[in-house]
Design a protein around this ligand. Structure first.
Ligand code: SF4
Ligand code: SF4
Length: 378
């Protein structure tokens, strides 16, 4: 069996030339773009654009990483490129406006596309998901490059390469997906199916400044000083896990990703390279790891335990509103996919919304989308 190659690019900060040189070296270590993308192909760049946020908060893929990758594509003669994402509560163009990403895209003449229409596609070979509603613009593209962000996630512990593809589900179907695949395992299997359907050709992870704690929208920025590249999203995410002292198999997208053939997480099936040459996992962890990174390392519960806890509504993570941070904007209520809403202004719009934990399916969309970091998960 061929090993999956993951590239670790040390990068102290977002200085443009450093990021550009690093990415160029990383792409070369994977055999070059020519091996992955044909010259006439229409390329869709897919950053993580969860929501409108200051770049420093590490919610979105950093504009310098997007700009540097766009520059490499242009220099290598790729002509047909667009950038798009299905953002949480806004459009791609609104989310990137004023972040600096818009300037890079203008400079490299890459149109920003707001997905305009959802198309249902069948995927009979899916293990968990037999169909998806995806944007028409994705169907019109030949090739996807995933420019993901290193962040924590309340449901899946981390969001990285595999999870970034959820932005290929069109508009409100994203929220609906949480009701169809409510558990971390079913959601992960659906994500694996989705990656196998979309087949991004390359995954580039921005971990120069990552997000720890209450991610993916309300955590704390933390310098990890690396970018990771791979064509195998499971291998890439598993290296991210090891760098933050999290057992890769605790992450459902890794566990199911390997079982379903999307990629590999076991160390013996991964080869690691930096621009200085091959490196062992142990040395990589020693050089680039952050063992106290704030991420959920709680042990996996058996299915029986999970089902019992769910039925009795006990020992489960819960979203909770920090009242003095809440500005009563109602975005959490709007984001809740449960019919009849599991969070609502029960005490009037002058007070923070209130949870109905009996209805809540623990998808944590409310916590992801709160613009004030006023929801945490305990
Ligand atoms: S989204 Fe956040 S700030 Fe807005 S109402 Fe909900 S908890 Fe309050
Ligand atoms: S209240 Fe929050 S966590 Fe619960 S179902 Fe609604 S969006 Fe999901």
């Amino acid at each position: 069996m061929n090993k999956s190659r993951v590239i670790i690019l040390p990068c102290d900060d977002y200085r443009e030339d450093f990021v550009y040189e690093g990415l160029k070296a990383g792409v070369a270590l994977l055999g070059g773009l020519g091996k992955m993308i044909g010259k006439g192909e229409r390329i869709l760049l897919k950053p993580n654009l969860l929501k409108k946020s200051e770049v420093e908060r590490a919610v979105i893929t950093h504009p310098v990483v997007v700009g540097a990758f766009a520059r490499i594509l242009r220099e290598e003669g790729y002509g047909n490129i667009i950038l798009a994402d299905s953002c949480g509560t806004s459009t791609t163009s609104r989310v990137i406006k004023g972040t600096g990403m818009d300037d890079y895209l203008q400079k490299y003449d890459i149109p920003v596309v707001d997905f305009s229409q959802g198309v249902r596609v069948e995927y009979p070979q899916g293990v968990q998901a037999k169909d998806f509603v995806i944007p028409k613009e994705l169907l019109e593209s030949d090739c996807v490059i995933s420019l993901c962000k290193m962040k924590t996630h309340a449901l899946e512990r981390i969001t990285g390469a595999v999870k970034n593809s959820y932005g290929f589900i069109y508009g409100l179907h994203k929220a609906k997906g949480h009701t169809v695949y409510p558990s971390a395992d079913s959601f992960a299997r659906m994500l694996v199916d989705l990656n196998q359907y979309v087949k991004p050709r390359l995954y580039v992870m921005d971990g120069i400044v990552a997000m720890e704690g209450n991610g993916p929208g309300s955590g704390d920025p933390v310098p990890m000083r690396v970018m990771l590249l791979s064509t195998d999203p499971v291998a890439l995410d598993s290296v991210y896990c090891r760098l933050v002292n999290l057992k890769p198999e605790l992450v459902p997208t890794n566990y199911h990703g390997e079982r379903m053939g999307l990629g590999v997480w076991q160390e013996e099936n991964i080869e690691l390279f930096t621009p200085s040459g091959e490196i062992t996992m142990q040395d990589a962890v020693q050089q680039f790891g952050k063992p106290d990174f704030n991420v959920d390392r709680s042990p996996m519960r058996s299915n029986i335990w999970t089902r019992a806890a769910k039925a009795l509504n006990i020992f489960q993570k819960k979203p909770r509103i920090i009242k003095d941070k809440c500005i009563r904007c109602g975005i959490c209520v709007k984001s809740c996919p449960v019919p009849g809403k599991a969070v609502d202004f029960k005490n009037g719009k002058g007070n923070p919304p209130v949870y109905d934990y009996k209805k809540c399916i623990r998808c944590f969309c409310c916590q992801e989308m709160c613009p004030e970091r006023a929801i945490d998960v305990r």
